[in-house]
Design a protein around this ligand. Structure first.
Ligand code: NCD
Ligand code: ZN
Length: 343
């Protein structure tokens, strides 16, 4: 049997939620990854170190017996974040980054930043205290086509942030376009990007052709095929600026299959399998380890993991749903076959 063994990987972008959903989804992330950057977009958002520590405790409690997992906490940047909180975060061993959501860009982003220029003093504090800034890079202008929001964010904001803060480590989260790939490639070593499995595997036909498929709807929205090809090329290039971040974003099935469905694909149940499929199709399985296990840790200046995980080349069928009390979450590729399986 064909197998693939790599150093234990990390997920550099995960939504694990809290409460009952956390209990369902965290075991999946723990099985797949040694560490994960935990997104702070709870309701209310995690904006202070004290809150992050409490959330971290809730996550630690939800780790199944025998699990070996470290949550890497982040803080949600708001208009009222203080330079003092940034210093506190940088001094904390538990908090590893700030997340910038433009207000209204995505799920639970209403407390995000309305005027990006107005928080430049906070970027300066992050640069000074050397704590990374993670960016959801989409403009929120209602007159901007949803498929162009990432590109416009780069032109209007990201290029200027990069120019003004050359020492600030920035992760362009879940990049989805050729333009974002080119921007990151051309930028300094302080700028990197995460790429999700859904943006490597699918183009926008998956959402819209032959019927509306809400479980493929996430933000930034999946783009056309030429962009997918650029993402695959970047992820499999061996360029350390591109690393794994699933953006696994669970929502109850009833909130996805809805007249106004929530954005987010749930992928933690089969994250490595999905990436392995994308890398294998590109003929680049040998590049998966750097992308999944080395480059993110190096960027965050954390030690690489020891130990390994093995995937077997076996066909299996993804479950239809995962239960959350009387509710459910439908995973990416529900009821469909995958050709790799994490041992
Ligand atoms: C995320 C969520 O549901 O929290 N949704 C998504 O579509 N990716 C928010 C985000 O990361 O944009
Ligand atoms: Zn996300």
């Amino acid at each position: 049997m064909k197998t693939l063994t790599i150093t234990r990987p990390d997920d550099w972008h995960a939504h694990v939620r809290n409460g009952a959903v956390l209990k369902t989804v965290l075991p999946h992330t723990v099985r797949q990854f040694a560490r994960a950057i935990i997104m702070p977009n709870l309701k209310p958002p995690v904006t202070a170190v004290a809150q992050a520590l409490a959330y971290r405790d809730e996550i630690l409690q939800a780790i199944p017996e025998g699990g070996d997992f470290t949550p890497l906490m982040t803080l949600y940047l708001t208009d009222s974040t203080t330079p003092d909180e940034i210093k506190k975060a940088a001094d904390s061993d538990a908090v590893h980054a700030f997340k910038l959501y433009p207000a209204g860009a995505t799920t639970h982003s209403d407390s995000g930043v309305a005027d990006i220029k107005a928080v430049y003093a906070l970027f300066a504090a992050m640069e000074k205290h050397d704590i990374p800034l993670l960016i959801h890079g989409e403009v929120t202008d209602q007159d901007c086509d949803i498929f162009d929001r990432e590109k416009l964010f780069i032109d209007k904001h990201l290029a200027d942030i990069a120019d003004n803060f050359p020492g600030l480590r920035i992760v362009a989260e879940h990049v989805t376009t050729t333009e974002a790939v080119q921007f990151v490639q051309a930028a300094g070593v302080n700028i990197a990007a995460t790429i999700t499995p859904q943006h490597l595997l699918f183009n926008r036909n998956a959402i819209l052709a032959g019927g509306i498929r809400p479980h493929y709807y996430c933000l930034p929205i999946i783009k056309r095929e030429s962009h997918r090809l650029a993402l695959v090329e970047a992820a499999t290039s061996g360029n350390p600026k591109f690393f794994l971040g699933t953006d696994s974003a669970p929502h109850l099935t009833s909130l996805k299959e809805n007249a106004c469905g929530c954005a987010g694909c749930y992928s933690a149940h089969a994250a490595l399998e999905l990436y392995a499929e994308a890398f294998e199709r590109a003929g680049s399985l040998d590049k998966l380890e750097g992308f999944a296990s080395f480059f993110g840790a190096d960027f965050y200046r954390l030690p690489r993991n020891s130990g390994s995980v093995t995937l077997d080349k076996i066909t299996w069928t993804v479950p239809a749903v995962y239960g959350v009390n009387e509710h459910s979450i439908m995973p990416l590729k529900a009821n469909e076959a995958l050709s790799w399986k994490l041992r």
